[in-house]
Design a protein around this ligand. Structure first.
Ligand SMILES: O=C(CO)[C@H](O)[C@H](O)COP(=O)(O)O
Length: 239
Protein backbone atom coordinates (compact mmCIF):
# COMPACT_ATOMS: atom_id res chain seq x y z
CA UNK A 1 0.00 0.00 0.00
CA UNK A 2 2.68 2.50 1.02
CA UNK A 3 4.81 1.58 -2.01
CA UNK A 4 1.77 2.34 -4.19
CA UNK A 5 1.46 5.73 -2.47
CA UNK A 6 5.19 6.31 -3.01
CA UNK A 7 4.86 5.38 -6.69
CA UNK A 8 1.97 7.85 -7.03
CA UNK A 9 3.95 10.60 -5.29
CA UNK A 10 6.97 9.92 -7.53
CA UNK A 11 4.78 9.99 -10.66
CA UNK A 12 3.30 13.34 -9.56
CA UNK A 13 6.77 14.74 -8.79
CA UNK A 14 7.98 13.62 -12.23
CA UNK A 15 4.93 15.27 -13.85
CA UNK A 16 5.82 18.56 -12.14
CA UNK A 17 9.52 18.23 -13.05
CA UNK A 18 8.59 17.59 -16.68
CA UNK A 19 6.22 20.58 -16.75
CA UNK A 20 8.93 22.89 -15.35
CA UNK A 21 11.49 21.51 -17.82
CA UNK A 22 9.17 21.94 -20.82
CA UNK A 23 8.40 25.56 -19.80
CA UNK A 24 12.13 26.39 -19.59
CA UNK A 25 12.87 24.80 -22.97
CA UNK A 26 10.48 27.27 -24.63
CA UNK A 27 13.23 29.88 -23.94
CA UNK A 28 15.59 28.14 -26.38
CA UNK A 29 15.86 29.98 -29.70
CA UNK A 30 17.23 28.91 -33.06
CA UNK A 31 21.03 29.04 -33.21
CA UNK A 32 21.57 29.07 -29.45
CA UNK A 33 24.32 27.24 -27.58
CA UNK A 34 22.72 25.77 -24.47
CA UNK A 35 24.20 24.41 -21.23
CA UNK A 36 22.66 21.00 -20.53
CA UNK A 37 22.17 20.17 -16.85
CA UNK A 38 22.42 16.86 -15.01
CA UNK A 39 19.75 14.89 -13.14
CA UNK A 40 16.20 13.71 -13.67
CA UNK A 41 14.66 17.18 -14.20
CA UNK A 42 17.41 18.14 -16.63
CA UNK A 43 16.75 14.85 -18.48
CA UNK A 44 13.13 15.97 -19.03
CA UNK A 45 14.50 19.24 -20.46
CA UNK A 46 16.75 17.27 -22.83
CA UNK A 47 13.75 15.25 -24.02
CA UNK A 48 11.79 18.47 -24.66
CA UNK A 49 14.78 19.97 -26.48
CA UNK A 50 15.18 16.83 -28.61
CA UNK A 51 11.49 17.04 -29.57
CA UNK A 52 12.00 20.64 -30.76
CA UNK A 53 15.17 19.66 -32.65
CA UNK A 54 13.21 16.90 -34.40
CA UNK A 55 10.87 19.66 -35.63
CA UNK A 56 13.74 21.73 -37.07
CA UNK A 57 15.23 23.79 -34.20
CA UNK A 58 19.01 24.20 -34.69
CA UNK A 59 20.93 24.30 -31.41
CA UNK A 60 23.97 22.72 -29.82
CA UNK A 61 24.57 21.90 -26.18
CA UNK A 62 27.43 21.80 -23.70
CA UNK A 63 26.78 18.89 -21.29
CA UNK A 64 27.50 19.15 -17.54
CA UNK A 65 28.32 15.45 -17.16
CA UNK A 66 29.18 12.33 -19.09
CA UNK A 67 25.71 10.97 -18.24
CA UNK A 68 24.08 14.02 -19.85
CA UNK A 69 26.39 13.77 -22.87
CA UNK A 70 25.38 10.12 -23.34
CA UNK A 71 21.66 10.95 -23.05
CA UNK A 72 22.03 13.87 -25.49
CA UNK A 73 23.70 11.57 -28.03
CA UNK A 74 20.92 9.01 -27.63
CA UNK A 75 18.25 11.69 -28.13
CA UNK A 76 20.01 13.32 -31.10
CA UNK A 77 20.90 16.62 -29.39
CA UNK A 78 24.10 17.97 -31.05
CA UNK A 79 26.96 18.61 -28.62
CA UNK A 80 29.70 21.22 -28.61
CA UNK A 81 32.33 22.40 -26.10
CA UNK A 82 34.00 25.45 -24.59
CA UNK A 83 36.82 25.35 -27.14
CA UNK A 84 34.22 26.23 -29.78
CA UNK A 85 32.00 28.47 -27.57
CA UNK A 86 33.39 30.35 -24.57
CA UNK A 87 30.02 31.89 -23.75
CA UNK A 88 26.73 30.01 -23.78
CA UNK A 89 23.39 31.68 -24.47
CA UNK A 90 21.39 29.81 -21.87
CA UNK A 91 21.86 27.00 -19.37
CA UNK A 92 19.01 24.92 -17.96
CA UNK A 93 19.62 22.73 -14.91
CA UNK A 94 17.90 21.20 -11.89
CA UNK A 95 18.62 21.82 -8.23
CA UNK A 96 18.39 20.04 -4.89
CA UNK A 97 17.12 23.12 -3.04
CA UNK A 98 15.94 26.51 -4.33
CA UNK A 99 15.76 29.29 -1.74
CA UNK A 100 12.58 31.36 -2.03
CA UNK A 101 13.31 35.01 -2.74
CA UNK A 102 17.04 34.83 -3.46
CA UNK A 103 16.98 31.80 -5.83
CA UNK A 104 20.28 30.75 -4.28
CA UNK A 105 20.70 27.00 -4.75
CA UNK A 106 22.11 23.79 -3.39
CA UNK A 107 23.19 21.56 -6.24
CA UNK A 108 25.34 18.48 -6.65
CA UNK A 109 23.46 15.54 -5.13
CA UNK A 110 23.75 14.08 -8.63
CA UNK A 111 27.52 14.48 -8.36
CA UNK A 112 28.09 17.05 -11.11
CA UNK A 113 28.28 20.32 -9.19
CA UNK A 114 31.66 21.57 -10.46
CA UNK A 115 30.90 21.12 -14.16
CA UNK A 116 27.38 22.48 -13.55
CA UNK A 117 28.83 25.60 -11.91
CA UNK A 118 31.33 26.10 -14.74
CA UNK A 119 28.52 25.85 -17.31
CA UNK A 120 26.19 28.14 -15.32
CA UNK A 121 28.97 30.73 -14.89
CA UNK A 122 29.71 30.71 -18.63
CA UNK A 123 26.04 31.25 -19.53
CA UNK A 124 24.37 34.59 -20.21
CA UNK A 125 21.20 33.26 -18.59
CA UNK A 126 21.05 30.41 -16.07
CA UNK A 127 17.58 28.95 -15.56
CA UNK A 128 16.71 26.48 -12.81
CA UNK A 129 14.01 23.85 -13.18
CA UNK A 130 12.45 22.03 -10.24
CA UNK A 131 9.28 20.63 -8.76
CA UNK A 132 7.81 22.44 -5.76
CA UNK A 133 9.38 20.05 -3.20
CA UNK A 134 12.73 21.75 -3.90
CA UNK A 135 11.57 25.19 -2.68
CA UNK A 136 12.84 26.08 0.83
CA UNK A 137 12.89 29.15 3.06
CA UNK A 138 16.54 28.53 4.01
CA UNK A 139 19.11 26.46 2.10
CA UNK A 140 20.24 23.42 4.08
CA UNK A 141 16.79 22.84 5.58
CA UNK A 142 16.47 19.43 3.98
CA UNK A 143 19.28 18.62 1.56
CA UNK A 144 22.88 17.97 2.57
CA UNK A 145 25.41 20.33 1.02
CA UNK A 146 27.70 18.51 -1.45
CA UNK A 147 31.32 19.68 -1.36
CA UNK A 148 33.69 18.55 -4.13
CA UNK A 149 37.16 17.69 -2.84
CA UNK A 150 40.51 16.52 -4.20
CA UNK A 151 41.11 12.81 -3.43
CA UNK A 152 44.72 13.48 -2.39
CA UNK A 153 44.63 14.47 1.27
CA UNK A 154 40.99 13.47 1.53
CA UNK A 155 41.19 12.67 5.24
CA UNK A 156 42.69 16.00 6.41
CA UNK A 157 40.21 17.84 4.17
CA UNK A 158 37.32 15.92 5.76
CA UNK A 159 38.79 16.84 9.19
CA UNK A 160 38.80 20.51 8.14
CA UNK A 161 35.13 20.27 7.14
CA UNK A 162 34.32 18.55 10.45
CA UNK A 163 36.24 21.25 12.40
CA UNK A 164 34.02 23.81 10.63
CA UNK A 165 30.98 21.96 12.06
CA UNK A 166 29.84 20.51 8.73
CA UNK A 167 29.67 16.75 9.61
CA UNK A 168 30.96 15.51 6.23
CA UNK A 169 29.94 12.09 4.90
CA UNK A 170 31.67 10.61 1.86
CA UNK A 171 29.40 9.83 -1.07
CA UNK A 172 29.85 6.17 -2.16
CA UNK A 173 28.76 4.26 -5.21
CA UNK A 174 25.90 2.06 -3.98
CA UNK A 175 27.10 -1.45 -3.31
CA UNK A 176 30.65 -1.13 -4.61
CA UNK A 177 32.15 0.30 -1.43
CA UNK A 178 34.43 2.48 -3.54
CA UNK A 179 34.41 6.24 -3.00
CA UNK A 180 32.32 8.08 -5.60
CA UNK A 181 34.36 9.99 -8.18
CA UNK A 182 33.01 12.90 -10.20
CA UNK A 183 33.64 13.19 -13.95
CA UNK A 184 36.56 15.44 -12.95
CA UNK A 185 38.00 12.66 -10.74
CA UNK A 186 37.15 14.30 -7.43
CA UNK A 187 35.39 13.00 -4.31
CA UNK A 188 32.21 14.47 -2.85
CA UNK A 189 31.46 14.96 0.83
CA UNK A 190 27.80 15.55 1.69
CA UNK A 191 27.77 17.96 4.62
CA UNK A 192 24.94 18.34 7.12
CA UNK A 193 24.64 22.05 7.69
CA UNK A 194 21.09 22.65 8.91
CA UNK A 195 19.51 25.92 7.73
CA UNK A 196 22.31 28.13 6.41
CA UNK A 197 22.08 31.71 7.69
CA UNK A 198 24.63 33.17 5.27
CA UNK A 199 25.13 30.93 2.20
CA UNK A 200 27.50 33.38 0.45
CA UNK A 201 29.83 33.46 3.49
CA UNK A 202 29.74 29.65 3.80
CA UNK A 203 30.50 29.28 0.08
CA UNK A 204 33.52 31.61 0.47
CA UNK A 205 34.69 29.75 3.59
CA UNK A 206 34.47 26.38 1.84
CA UNK A 207 36.21 27.48 -1.34
CA UNK A 208 39.06 28.94 0.74
CA UNK A 209 39.73 25.53 2.37
CA UNK A 210 42.79 23.63 1.14
CA UNK A 211 41.64 20.50 -0.71
CA UNK A 212 38.14 21.81 -1.47
CA UNK A 213 37.46 22.27 -5.19
CA UNK A 214 34.03 23.87 -4.94
CA UNK A 215 30.81 23.84 -2.94
CA UNK A 216 27.30 23.01 -4.10
CA UNK A 217 26.15 26.52 -3.16
CA UNK A 218 25.16 28.50 -6.28
CA UNK A 219 24.92 32.08 -5.08
CA UNK A 220 23.34 34.81 -7.21
CA UNK A 221 23.63 32.70 -10.37
CA UNK A 222 20.01 31.82 -11.26
CA UNK A 223 18.18 34.41 -13.35
CA UNK A 224 14.89 32.49 -13.13
CA UNK A 225 13.46 29.36 -11.59
CA UNK A 226 10.68 27.44 -13.31
CA UNK A 227 8.91 25.54 -10.56
CA UNK A 228 6.31 22.88 -11.26
CA UNK A 229 3.43 23.12 -8.76
CA UNK A 230 -0.01 21.47 -8.59
CA UNK A 231 -1.41 24.83 -9.78
CA UNK A 232 0.89 25.02 -12.81
CA UNK A 233 4.45 26.17 -13.53
CA UNK A 234 5.57 29.30 -11.67
CA UNK A 235 8.39 31.43 -13.03
CA UNK A 236 10.29 32.98 -10.10
CA UNK A 237 12.96 35.69 -10.32
CA UNK A 238 15.36 36.79 -7.56
CA UNK A 239 13.83 39.42 -5.27
O1 LIG B 1 22.73 19.17 -9.06
C1 LIG B 1 22.38 18.20 -9.67
C2 LIG B 1 23.30 17.15 -10.14
O2 LIG B 1 24.62 17.37 -9.69
C3 LIG B 1 20.93 18.02 -10.00
O3 LIG B 1 20.52 19.12 -10.74
C4 LIG B 1 20.15 17.93 -8.73
O4 LIG B 1 20.67 16.84 -7.97
C5 LIG B 1 18.66 17.72 -9.00
O5 LIG B 1 18.43 16.44 -9.52
P1 LIG B 1 16.98 15.96 -9.92
O6 LIG B 1 16.51 16.82 -11.02
O7 LIG B 1 17.18 14.52 -10.32
O8 LIG B 1 16.11 16.06 -8.69
Amino acid sequence: MSSLLNADAKAEQDRLKRAAAEAAVTLVEDGMVVGLGTGSTAAFALEALAARIAKGLRVSGVPTSEATAALARRLGVPLTDFAAHRRLDLAIDGADEVERGTLNLIKGLGGALLYEKIVAAASRRFVVIADATKLVDRLGERAPLPVEIVPFGLEPTLDRLADAGLAPLLRRIAGSGEPFRTDGGHAIADCRTGPIANPAALDRQLRAMVGVVDSGLFIGMAAEAFVGTAQGVQCLTPQ
